[in-house]
Design a protein around this ligand. Structure first.
Ligand code: ARG
Length: 371
């Protein structure tokens, strides 16, 4: 038993796959607005996702786990909480939690360190508890594991820009994207905030997206916490930046899959170019829309899990994406997964790399611009 992983592609040995049980359309909170009147959850309402949807998602999660196990990868599963319960800190009360499907959002492994993210939604403040039984086991079993948690955030009103969603929603897309580039979104800089899924790991280089869940202070905290790494804050040209793994997906040394609808900064592209990395625009998604009650986009098509530098798991209906990876020289393992989307994402979101073989390497020896 070993906790250790430096990047998104080295041979995977041990992984956590999330569970759909008890997932909620979360109660209203400042960080996020849910408004799905045509599917029974108009703005301001909340409650568990329908049982049939939960069963369908769990079936796909379970069969994904079996696919991984059949390849000799150890799979662990979290222990869902009663996410319908209200939760509170001394400074606020939140009427429900969210779920334990997207493990990627909450935890990240960097080298022999397992790090718990701050999170920025009050509904997700306690989500780490669903993963603690596993983390405690790992800590007991691996004498070299470093177990860290970022400072627990306060998430008072001071962490959120008042009236953000109304104001932002009324802007034309161009102005929204300018706000994204400027990092002027729902989170203030009152305290460090980040979701683990805003981090893309490439050995010594960590690309961290400033987003609706990650602020500049969160990126600064990561930079100070990981002095052996180059922690790069990056933005993408999207009106809804949230988690880097349907936007900027490293596939193997020298190759990143990029959502061209959400352009990277020129300076980031130059950094990749001077280091002989190729940036490939992802194939168009197979569907027009994500399924009902999903907060994610159709670009979950590129939310894939690399098993080793020659093998990749891709959602089974995304034929264009599978063909593109095939042309790039990968063996593609198709995994049906769209029923999981309403529970918080795709194959990458649903997983946490506990152990990948390999060592820390510097894949970007040349400096360029601010990178
Ligand atoms: N926000 C992304 C999109 O809708 C989905 C990424 C979800 N990732 C995750 N780790 N939960 O395109």
């Amino acid at each position: 038993m070993k906790v250790g992983s430096w990047n998104e592609w080295d041979p995977l040995r041990h992984v956590v796959v999330g569970r759909a049980d008890g997932t909620m359309v979360q109660a209203p909170e400042p960080a996020v607005v849910r408004d799905w009147p045509e599917h029974g959850f108009p703005r301001g309402t909340y409650g568990p996702l329908p049982e049939e949807m939960t069963a369908a998602a769990n079936e796909q999660l379970d069969s994904f786990a079996r696919v991984l196990e059949a390849r000799g990868i150890r799979v662990d599963r979290p222990r869902p909480l009663d996410f319908g319960r209200p939760v509170a800190t001394p400074e606020w009360t939140q009427r429900s939690m969210f779920g334990a499907m997207p493990v990627r959002d909450v935890l990240v492994v960097i080298g022999n360190e397992l790090l718990e993210a701050t999170m920025s939604f009050r509904s997700r403040w306690f989500e780490y508890l669903a993963h603690r039984p596993l983390i405690e086991d790992y800590f007991r079993a691996d004498p070299d594991m470093r177990w860290e948690a970022a400072p627990k955030p306060r998430l008072t009103g001071a962490s959120y820009r008042p009236g953000f969603w109304e104001e932002f929603g009324a802007l034309p897309a161009g102005e929204q994207i300018a706000r994204v580039r400027a990092g002027d979104l729902v989170l203030t800089e009152a305290e460090p905030l980040f979701d683990a899924a805003d981090i893309a790991r490439c050995g010594k280089d960590l690309f961290v997206q400033r987003s609706l869940a990650t602020n500049a202070a969160g990126i600064r905290w990561l930079r100070h916490h990981l002095p052996e790494h180059r922690v790069h804050g990056v933005t993408f040209g999207t009106t809804h930046p949230l988690h880097i793994d349907a936007t900027w997906v490293p596939l193997r040394p020298g190759l990143v899959l990029h959502c061209a609808e959400r352009p990277a900064e020129e300076e980031l592209l130059r950094y990749l170019a001077v280091n002989d990395w190729q940036v490939v625009p992802a194939a168009a998604p197979g569907r027009r829309e994500p399924p009902p009650l999903s907060a994610c986009s159709r670009w979950l098509s590129m939310n894939l899990l690399v098993l080793d530098p020659r093998t990749v798991c891709v959602e089974a209906s995304e034929t264009a994406q599978m063909e593109q990876l095939d042309r790039l020289g990968f063996e593609v393992v198709p995994v049906p997964f769209w029923d999981v989307a309403p529970f918080g994402g795709g194959l990458h979101c649903a997983t946490l790399d506990v152990h990948r073989e390999g060592v820390l390497e510097d894949y970007f020896p040349r400096r360029s611009g601010r990178f």
